[in-house]
Design a protein around this ligand. Structure first.
Ligand code: 8X3
Length: 253
């Protein structure tokens, strides 16, 4: 039977690439995001391959999250795969200079948003005694780096929730795992640096960064494992990266 996957943050970066990768594997899609225009474009494009519906919400808005997920058409209600991908970094400041709004955004999107969406979907998975939750963490959730403070904390929380969910759902038939990307060239740094393209581009200069498609490929592999195989925790870095702080960049970049 055709699987159904719900992807948060599906309008860009890893989320968008994952939508294309899963469609290639004939998985029906529920694409969630804040940008209605891009959602519409993706729906038109991807419905050439698979059944697609879109949900327009901000993961921070718990009322909307529950309303939109509960309102899914019958044919999309039995979600097999949840890809908790929505997440952002806001700012790269030492803790003493941190901006309260940036902190709120990161905790609200990366941690609370992931919790709301999961809470809305888990009961149906429990009822059906099957489901697969893939949490998109980060190398920043494995190892703190200078000025990463709250972003790292939010991704450490994702790591903790990934482990906690797997334990609590162990008897329910739902499998839970995380994919933790390192330096991946998306709009991530542009958002982190509030639109400063120059600063953002520099992050990925002088080495070959991961592309969203590299991670989408891996998510697609994770999804396609037989049911008894759970990829519980997977960290992926560009070959030039050894840790959150060790990166082999060309001297002159
Ligand atoms: C993205 C990885 O190192 O830019 O989560 O924080 S990093």
């Amino acid at each position: 039977m055709t699987k159904i996957a719900l992807i948060t943050g599906a309008t860009s970066g890893i989320g968008k690439a994952t939508a294309f990768a899963l469609a290639k594997n004939n998985i029906s899609l529920i694409l969630c995001g804040r940008n209605t225009e891009v959602l519409k474009e993706l729906e038109i494009e991807l419905s050439k391959q698979v059944a697609v519906t879109t949900l327009n919400f901000d993961v921070r808005d718990k009322t909307e999250v529950f309303k939109k997920i509960e309102g899914l058409p019958e044919t999309f209600k039995n979600i097999d795969v949840l890809v908790n991908n929505a997440g952002n970094a806001h700012g790269l400041d030492p803790i003493q200079d941190g901006n309260l709004e940036d902190w709120d955004s990161m905790i609200d999107i990366n941690v609370k948003g992931l919790l709301y969406v999961s809470k809305a979907i888990i009961p149906g998975m429990i009822e059906r005694k099957s489901g697969h939750i893939i949490n998109i963490g980060s190398t920043a959730g494995k190892e703190v780096y200078p000025n990463g403070n709250v972003y790292c904390a939010s991704k450490f929380a994702v790591d903790a929730l990934n482990q906690g969910m797997r334990m609590d759902l162990n008897k329910t038939g739902i499998k839970v795992g995380a994919v933790n990307p390192g330096l991946t060239q998306t709009a991530f740094s542009k958002v982190r640096f509030k639109g400063n393209e120059e600063k953002a581009e520099k992050v990925y200069q002088g080495f070959e960064a991961l592309q969203p498609e590299d991670i989408a490929d891996i998510i697609s592999f994770v999804v396609s494992r037989p049911y008894h195989v759970n990829i519980a925790d997977l960290t992926v870095m560009p070959s030039a990266q050894a840790s959150s702080t060790i990166l082999n960049k060309n001297k002159d970049s």
